[in-house]
Every structure is written in C-alpha cells, then in structure tokens.
Design a protein around this ligand. Structure first.
Ligand SMILES: [Zn+2]
Length: 221
C-alpha cells in the first residue's frame, strides 16, 4: 500500500553514467583543495560531509547558490550564510544580490550543482509549465511564448558542465570573490569536487582580469 509519505529514493551520483569518473570524493579533510583550507568553504564541506558543527559569527562571509531542488537541504544555521536558490543553481540574473552580499562582507561563494536536475529536462515539462500558467489566467499563446523564452534561459544540458560554465562566467564578473564549485549527491547529500576544478583553477590563476569589461556588465540580464 502506498501513502502520501512514500517517496522514491533520490538518485546517487554513483549510478549516473554521465558522472562516472568526473567527481572527486572528500574522504578526509586533506582532500579539500589547499586554497580552501581554513576558510568558510572548508567549514561548509566539513559540516555537510562529516557532520562538523558550523561556527557562526553573526557576520556571514559566505553566499551559497544552489538549485531550488526540494530533495536537497543544506546544513545552514542562522547567522551563517546568505543563500540564493534558483532553478539549476545558476546565479545568472541575480548578480545584484551577489553585490549586495559582498557589500555586507561576503568573500566566498559556494556554487553547488546537483545530479538529476529538473533543468536538464525542461523540454519534457514545458507543456506542464504552460498549463500551470494558463490555470493562473494567462492566455495560452502568451504562456507558450513566455515558456519558450525562459525555458531556454533556464535549461541546462548537463549538470556538471553547466556548473563549470557558471563558475567560469562568475570568475570573470567577480574576479576577487573566492568561488568554490561543488557538486552534491541527492542520495545522501554528500559534496564532491568536480574533477575539472583543480586543473582549471591552476590554469586560470594567473589569467585573472581584475578590470572587468563594461560590456560584460552591461550584458547582464
Ligand atoms: Zn536542480
């Protein structure tokens, strides 16, 4: 017998063919990249993966950006972090919010992607989204036009690739913000390091442009 409390087990990154060999475990504290040691990034990883309590100071230095996904809940006590949750976890369109949190002392951005993201299947739910708007009183044609436009903006092809693209985009816009791209497994909420991170970070370390081009800023949505 099923009840409203039954729900399917969330999928694991370990059984996702797309992700095989593309994530690095944090088995011990030493697996955390050197540049994140003794920072709030390390504290978050230790909390999420090893259950360490998060120390709060009341002066948050961390902004966490992740997906609206209901199967992921973060270990975030009050006074610890600012949070942006948007479909797919990308910050695009919320750059002003990032600016606000930086003005309030944020120095670190945790950018967290996840497996089995609904935004990688937007085309299959697009007609349901249109129906949802129509039920609200939108004209069907207008709703379809809106969903075409915004569905494309929100859709991603691959969760890990989209995390990389957003990481690279944000590095250019906020070159002094320390950004940690992480990937969370919906099955057990464990964080992983994308395999591309360390090599990419090494390659780009000396290529940072601290003068952000006007065009890049004016082109933000
Ligand atoms: Zn998602």
């Amino acid at each position: 017998m099923t009840s409203m409390f039954d729900h399917p087990t969330p999928p694991s990154v370990k059984f996702d063919e797309k992700l095989v060999g593309k994530l690095v475990n944090f088995d011990v504290r030493e697996d955390i990249p050197d540049q994140w040691r003794n920072t709030p990034i390390e504290a978050f990883i230790m909390s999420q993966n090893f259950g360490w309590p998060v120390q709060t100071t009341g002066q948050p230095q961390v902004l966490i950006a992740t997906c609206i996904e209901f199967r992921y809940s973060m270990p975030v006590p009050r006074n610890y972090a600012y949070v942006i949750r948007r479909a797919s976890g990308r910050v695009i369109g919320s750059e002003f919010s990032v600016g606000y949190t930086m003005a309030k002392g944020v120095k670190y951005l945790l950018l967290i992607g996840h497996n089995d993201c609904g935004m990688s299947k937007v085309s299959s739910v697009a007609s349901d989204v249109v129906d949802a708007f129509v039920e609200q009183g939108w004209r069907r044609e207008t709703a379809e036009e809106y969903v075409r436009k915004h569905g494309n903006r929100h859709a991603i092809k691959d969760e890990l690739e989209s995390l990389k693209d957003e990481y690279l985009r944000l590095r250019k816009i906020f070159p002094r913000l320390k950004i940690a791209p992480l990937f969370v497994c919906l099955y057990d909420s464990k964080l992983y390091l994308p395999k591309w991170y360390e090599e990419l970070d090494r390659a780009l370390r000396y290529e940072v442009n601290f003068e952000v081009p006007d065009d890049l800023i004016r082109g933000l949505p």
